[in-house]
Ligand binder design. Structure first.
Ligand SMILES: Cc1ncc(COP(=O)(O)O)c(C=O)c1O
Length: 480
């Protein structure tokens, strides 16, 4: 029992500690097959524990096949096939993990992000979230829960939540849809991931916005898609260029209400062109309508889905961004046929979106709490965006071109030609990190060579009065 010390303060019971020690010595070959173990009394004396502990450890190892009891021969080590070589150390970058090539390339993507920075994109402020109401609704829904919420949750989600979501989208986005067109999903990323697997075969071409939302590209790549970057100008994705580069693409992924990351809205002509291409080709369009509920001006850009007569648009949205990031509940709206097929796929892959919060969320929507909360937060976020725009215009008028955006929790400040001649946005981002105020570089939203440089600045969690001092610290690093 050399080298064996029992730790009486550990969570692991003593008999399991003894068994783990013997098991390890058998596996590493220091206890050879046929070796006779000490008698249980001697072993217990050597370890300073009771004999019962030693006997329980040996029982476990008999059961696992490491020990044999030989008549009149005592307890002996069994002959087992030991692994020849030690397993390679787990290391994500190690090809020894033998992941698929697609997965390895996904993990190898160079991507800088810092959730802790108040300038990180897509993170809401939760300080004013009505936690008391939320807690009450959770308590109520769990006080006397229905079996259908505990055991038989449907793959497309809790029916009252599908109904409340359809109503919410009518009120907040002017999107008229029926509950049977709505699926409740593990936020919009989860919906996108399953859509990719449903729609794409390896090698299928997909249009993505350039620059665009990097996370969406990861799911597309994981599904084996061939990504076709399509440039974005001040009217959104240049559809004619998509048609020129990949006329038979199977899918286009777009953010038409306010493009990620540039913030522009897609013009009507482009929208009609995109819809026309998709219905002619039988291709799909995923409309990622993230954060459109958080609009800062009165005018609302209608969704692409509301123009879709041919049933080609799959509309994705999320409650995560407007409520609590960890909620991870979103929705998909598509033709009833697609939605039904999506539900069948969901049932096969992971059954349904986690159900414990769905009944409370349905009530939260039905009772109008989300609309009221959004109304309050639009004002807060609007003031934060104004503060960022004002600070950037005061501090870096020569370096950055800043335009307010109509919605969402971030804006993109483009480099002026003068600034672009001095440094890249990756360098500017690294300097912002040195100033303790990490800001994302625009160029990492590109698949190919960036045709613009800039900074993608989130303000969801930035107090308006902090915009000036924090950005002044960044400006000081960017000016020299
Ligand atoms: C453009 C865009 N789409 C989708 C999402 C993801 O939303 P969810 O958290 O619901 O997966 C984000 C998150 O930042 C985003 O920026």
């Amino acid at each position: 029992m050399a080298g064996m010390h029992l730790d009486r303060g550990a969570d692991m019971p003593l008999y399991q500690q003894v068994a783990a020690h013997l098991r390890a010595r058998i596996l590493d070959g220091s206890l050879q097959a046929g070796t006779r173990l000490l008698g249980s009394r001697d072993m217990a004396a050597e370890l300073g524990c009771s004999r019962a502990i030693v006997l329980a450890a040996c029982d476990l190892l008999y059961a696992e096949g490491y020990l044999l009891s030989v008549p009149r021969g005592g307890v002996r080590v069994a002959a087992i096939a030991r692994p020849r070589a030690a397993a390679p150390a787990p290391d994500e970058r190690d090809a020894g993990l033998r992941m698929s090539d697609r997965w390895k390339s996904l993990l190898a993507t160079d991507y800088v992000f810092d959730m802790a920075s108040p300038f990180s994109t897509g993170t809401p402020d939760i300080a004013e979230f009505p936690f008391e109401i939320w807690a009450r609704l959770l308590r109520q829904s769990w006080h006397n829960p229905l079996r259908s919420a505990c055991i038989d949750m449907a793959p497309l989600g809790w029916q009252p939540l599908r109904e409340a979501t359809a109503e919410f989208l009518g009120a907040v986005r002017g999107l008229l849809c029926r509950p049977e067109e709505v699926a409740i999903t593990p936020a919009s990323s989860g919906a996108l991931d399953l859509c990719c697997r449903m729609l794409l075969d390896p090698g299928d071409e997909v249009w993505v916005e350039e620059p665009g939302f990097i996370e969406a590209r990861w799911s597309l790549k994981a599904a084996g898609a061939k990504l076709v970057p399509v440039p974005v100008d001040e009217k959104g994705m240049v559809v004619a260029e998509g048609i020129r580069r990949a006329p038979r693409a199977k899918l286009a992924v777009v953010t038409p209400s306010h493009q990620f990351p540039l913030g522009v809205a897609m013009g009507l002509e482009r929208r009609l062109e995109l819809l026309e291409w998709a219905s002619r080709q039988g291709s799909w369009i995923i409309e990622d309508d993230y954060n459109s509920e958080i609009r800062h001006r009165d005018s609302m850009v209608a969704s692409l889905k509301s123009l879709d007569r041919a049933g080609r648009v799959i509309y994705l949205g999320t409650f995560s961004k407007v409520m609590l990031p960890s909620l991870r509940i979103g929705y998909l709206v598509a033709s009833p046929g697609f939605t039904e097929a999506f539900g069948r796929g969901r049932a096969r892959i992971d059954v349904h979106t986690a159900g414990t919060a769905q009944p409370a969320l349905a009530e939260f929507l039905r009772q109008g709490h989300l609309l009221r909360y959004l109304r309050r937060m639009r004002k807060v976020y609007g003031e934060r965006q104004d503060a960022v725009v004002a600070a950037l215009r005061t501090l870096m008028p020569e370096q950055l071109d800043v335009a307010p955006t109509a919605a969402g929790l971030h804006l993109t400040a483009l480099f002026t030609p003068r600034m672009a001649a001095r440094m890249t946005d990756r360098e500017a981002s690294a300097r912002s990190r040195q100033a303790g105020q990490f800001i994302q570089p625009l160029s990492q939203c590109y698949l190919g060579e960036p045709d613009r440089q800039g900074l993608v600045i989130g303000y969801g969690r930035l107090q308006a009065e902090e915009a000036m001092p924090r950005l002044a610290a960044v400006a000081a690093r960017l000016r020299d």
